[in-house]
Design a protein. Sequence first.
Length: 395
Amino acid sequence: MATLPARPSRQISGPLIAGLAGGAAAGLLWVAARRYGRDRADKILDWDQITAIAVRTSAEAPGLSPSVRSRAEAEYSDMLSEITEPLAAYTGTGLQVENCEVRAVDRPEWIRANVANFRELLHPFEELYEETANSSRFDLPGVTALGRLVISGEVGVLLGYLARRVLGQYDISLLGAESPDPGKLYFVEPNIRAVESRLGLPHDEFRKWLTLHEATHVHEFEGYPWVRQYMHRTLQEYLRSMVEHVREGQGLSAFLTRAVDSLSIGGTLLEAVMTPYQRELVSRIQALMCLLEGYSNHVMDAIGREMLPHFVDIEQRVEQRAKQRSAAEQLFLRLTGLQMKMDQYRLGEAFVNQVSRERGITFMNQVWNGEENLPTEAEIREPARWIDRIERIAA
């Protein structure tokens, strides 16, 4: 989600990837604090600073008056009601997506909602820091304070960058604690209006195009609750692994070695901080995210072409906009690993399209029968392998 994509995707995955990167960075700061300094503060990250930096980085944009917010939320709710029947007919489910809570937000509100998720995500590192902050041998408080400043700045800049680009987000607190509560749909209205004006897009159809994509995420998570549970369990295992890794004092020197190796072969900083087991866990998450985004885009195509007269034109204009990135932006995406992830999501859409074309949407929907039916990253790249495996299971 780091840039405005060819489709309104990555709204779940952009914050997720940023959170994983933040978790890795927090682990490194814990190592530095334990080895080289002792700080009187009991927090490893300054959340007020993160929020302030993110808001500044996101740049000024028009706010939302109560009347504009209310009108926008009513508009999106009506669109969800219109989408429910064709979405249910195509996917074969009876989920009523119009029951999902809708919120029109501005950039600072989107940032604060995601900061709350990040705090839950990184809570294990905060606890670890509190346990060991007073056990250092050396009293160099400035080291930890400087580290906190740097890492908080990095997370804040990344969140601010995302806030400038995101259009909509289906938020089920994937970064936080497991919860049975239904998710919420966020629509970042200043960004939506800006893109609509800049690209000359039809008001109603552009919003319906965006709403349709987000409604498919409601279908995926609310229609199949095990998906949320699987995501939460895998995330928690990743975090436990990261905490244990840094608790054992293996983080700093190992990171430096892996960073050099990773970047020398075209890898990313996110890859560099992970152990092989952590990369395996992230691969599972990544394969699921590829599926979620790919399935969403496939359904969006199938239904959108029937519902929206200017569907193809909207797609083409937004895709062209997505290709116009500065050199600095491309470098940012490269270093954080977000570009790699965005490229992989295109594979997710190709995977769903190929399976649906060769076996039909009913066969494709077997992926939602349980986690054992989820594709691996290798199967995402080679859909025939997944088809063969599912056919063997059904035989």
